[in-house]
Design a protein around this ligand. Structure first.
Ligand SMILES: O=C1O[C@H](COP(=O)(O)O)[C@@H](O)[C@H](O)[C@H]1O
Length: 257
């Protein structure tokens, strides 16, 4: 697992634009090396702002959208089209504006599929396994980039502090009784997060500063889920100034004065 690096941008808007630019570059590089790329999306304020920033730049046309696999780190277990679904936010902000191959868009199914949350999570785990290649050495693809928002309680995806999902050895699980609504969710587990080549934790706002500090300390992932979010090759914490207000000494690298 990689050691986290921290980049601090001036405000949430510069942060979203900078992450969008970084994401486009990373996906274009991956596609030029392999012919395809993969990204894991997140919900939440900054996660969706990054997608809107990608949609707003002409550089988005540098991505070969038909050869991009899109996954989600977590989903609220709500019907297709519900405004609270992470998928709905992502489609509105970006996915509806680019030409994707629908077979490469891997949604976590909601109750309108007829599946229970457990069955939906199992189905996602199977989809992950089917997409993994021998070189991934496991049941989950080595995603090129996994984007993760983070809550003020340090949750990432739908992995909340102290909850059973953090001990689970499966790759995707149902989450019940989420402290943040809605109560039922589907989430990738830490095992899946750690399969990503690059994990980018993106956070803005002073209410996240304490969680950012803990996530970059020696805290364990059961108490501080974001402390367990690490990529195989690279881990970035991409922050605005407010979220970076309480960093452990020596970590900050100011990227936008
Ligand atoms: O519920 C969720 O929250 C987190 C963080 O959201 P934010 O609005 O505080 O940025 C998000 O990463 C996760 O995907 C989502 O389901």
């Amino acid at each position: 697992m990689s050691t986290p690096h921290v980049l601090v941008h001036r405000d949430p808007s510069v942060l979203a634009d900078a992450v969008a630019a970084r994401l486009i570059t990373r996906l274009v590089d991956a596609q030029s090396a392999k012919g395809h790329a993969s990204v894991v999306l997140t919900g939440g304020t900054v996660g969706i702002a990054v997608l809107a920033a990608v949609a707003a730049t002409a550089a988005r046309d540098a991505i070969d959208w038909r050869h991009l696999d899109i996954w989600w780190g977590d989903e609220r277990f709500l019907p297709t089209g519900d405004p609270e679904r992470n998928e709905t936010g992502a489609r509105k902000a970006l996915l509806d504006h680019v030409e994707l191959d629908p077979t490469r868009v891997h949604v976590m199914m909601g109750p309108d599929s007829g599946l229970t949350a457990e069955e939906s999570a199992d189905s996602y785990a199977q989809e992950l396994r089917a997409a993994a290649r021998p070189e991934d050495h496991g049941p989950v693809p080595s995603f090129d980039v996994m984007l993760l928002g983070m809550g003020p309680d340090s949750h990432v995806a739908s992995l909340f502090p102290g909850r059973p999902a953090l001990y689970d050895e499966r790759t995707a699980v149902a989450v019940h009784g989420s402290p943040k609504p809605p109560p039922t969710r589907i989430s990738m587990t830490l095992q899946s997060i750690r399969s990503a080549a690059e994990v980018w934790v993106v956070a803005a706002g002073g209410e996240k500063a304490g969680a950012v500090r803990l996530a970059l300390s020696e805290a364990g992932p059961v108490q501080v889920p974001a402390a367990g979010a690490r990529g195989r090759r690279r881990t970035l914490f991409l922050l605005d100034r407010a979220a970076a207000a309480n960093l452990p000494p020596g970590l900050e690298r100011v990227a936008s004065p």
